[in-house]
Write a protein that binds this ligand. Structure first.
Ligand SMILES: *Cc1c(COP(=O)(O)O)cnc(C)c1O
Length: 415
């Protein structure tokens, strides 16, 4: 019920979705002039190698050997068939999940943190600044910078800083510095948008630092395609010709882009994004140019957005509380290649607990959005009496989210 690849079978190149889109991506615009940005505009924030990947039309991009060496600490990750969940649902569907929770930080995020730290180090940068929501991205980047000998400064959304002290301890264990954001308003619960503003201000005020983003951007989704590339190989080992449907939770779109990206050219494979109903970017946002942060310091991206000043309610899936979305994911949804659904958190935790009581592991609240959708697809297959191959991304474990489970199990979860 589990398919592993050997270390030698790790992908050697990332899969670029951009050349496979039916409508081209529109360029980011400069925040002041609203003209398309060039590489030089982005150079204060990112190394040239990542700017090149951000704009690349190459179908494949080689993964540097030093990056592969670090990813091999936990990759390739397992593909698991959720046989006991299938039995509990009494469904003819076959449910597979790609287990990204086995990384050091416990999620898919190190897949991009490692190459980002590598390319910054290679271009002479000594310090990275970033934002983090629930603390997953901050811990991934703290881990990656520790391995490459860089300093790491993390602006953490205040509500999570207060609710999730153990993520902060993880970051500090790997040598990261963590402060609650917004730094200039101690009574504000914070948002990813305002934490990004804090991190960008930090970087432009100094010469030795770059900014690092854990989701949304094209190069981040590119790095995450190792997930989908491995899953394709593993499904073949499991005797499946192809999945009928591929599902991922969507905050900024990176784990979703990572698992679905390599399936975009396969027209028979349905792609599904799952988001919280309290932050319904893809299902209720508008498709428009908007800033990536609250203060309007970042380039404008064409994407689905709830508005850059949107402050989502303090739900437990902190990693899904972002006003915007990846331009690639937005493009796929806009052109009809991908479908988006939204769930309230009670339904999500119900799925999480059903998963834990059948498959055993306790998923992150973010991941549980994908599990909810996978369960509903499996139930639909049962109703229709059809076999269906369902693949979802198990983006992370929930062992540092037990406060959220406590609230759910004891009737204290607010919708
Ligand atoms: C950050 C996170 C997400 C959401 O971020 P994406 O960029 O949309 O993938 C989902 N699951 C887990 C476990 C996360 O840490």
């Amino acid at each position: 019920m589990k398919w592993n690849l050997s270390s030698e079978q790790m992908p050697q190149a990332w899969f670029n979705v951009a050349p496979h889109l039916t409508e081209p991506l529109q360029p980011p615009l400069h925040p002041a002039t609203r003209e398309p940005v060039g590489p030089d505009d982005l150079a204060p924030l990112f190394p040239m190698a990542l700017i090149g990947q951000e704009m690349s039309a190459e179908p494949w991009i080689d993964i540097p050997g030093e990056v592969i060496d670090v990813l091999r600490l936990w990759r390739p990750t397992p593909l698991v068939r959720a046989r006991r969940l299938e039995q509990a649902l009494d469904t003819p569907a076959r449910i597979y999940y790609k287990d990204e929770s086995v990384s050091p930080a416990g999620s898919h995020k190190p897949n991009t943190a490692v190459p980002q730290a590598y390319y910054n180090k290679a271009e002479g940068i000594r310090r990275l600044a970033t934002e983090t929501g629930a603390g997953q991205w901050g811990s991934a980047l703290s881990f990656a910078t520790a391995l490459f000998g860089l300093e790491c400064m993390v602006y953490m959304v205040r509500i999570s800083y207060e609710q999730k002290p153990y993520r902060r301890v993880m970051m500090e264990t790997w040598g990261g510095n963590v402060v609650p954001s917004p730094i200039d308003d101690p009574d504000h619960p914070g948002s990813l948008g305002s934490a990004i503003s804090d991190a960008v201000r930090d970087v432009v005020a100094r010469g030795d630092s770059h900014y690092s983003l854990g989701s949304v951007l094209n190069h981040v989704l590119l790095h995450q395609t190792v997930i989908g590339l491995e899953a394709k190989e593993q499904l073949a080992l499991a005797g499946e010709e192809r999945p009928d449907i591929v599902i991922g939770s969507c905050g900024g779109g990176s784990n979703l882009g990572g698992i679905t990206g390599p399936f975009v050219p396969d027209a028979d494979v349905e792609l599904v994004a799952v988001e919280p109903s309290s932050c319904p970017t893809l299902t209720a946002g508008r498709f428009d140019y908007d800033f990536g942060d609250t203060a309007g310091l970042t380039p404008l991206l064409q994407m689905y957005t709830l508005g850059h000043d949107f402050v989502p309610s303090s739900i437990h899936a902190g990693g899904l509380r972002y006003h915007g979305d990846s331009p690639i994911i937005s493009n796929l949804v806009k052109t009809g290649r991908m479908r988006a659904v939204a769930y309230p958190q009670g339904k999500v935790f119900e799925a999480a607990v059903q998963f834990a009581r059948t498959q055993g592991t306790i998923p992150a609240p973010e991941t549980s959005h994908a599990i909810r959708a996978a369960i509903d697809e499996a139930l639909r297959a049962k109703e229709e009496g059809v076999e269906r191959v369902i693949l979802f991304n198990y983006s992370g474990h929930g062992l540092l989210d037990l406060g959220a489970y406590d609230n759910y199990l004891h009737g204290k979860l607010v919708e």
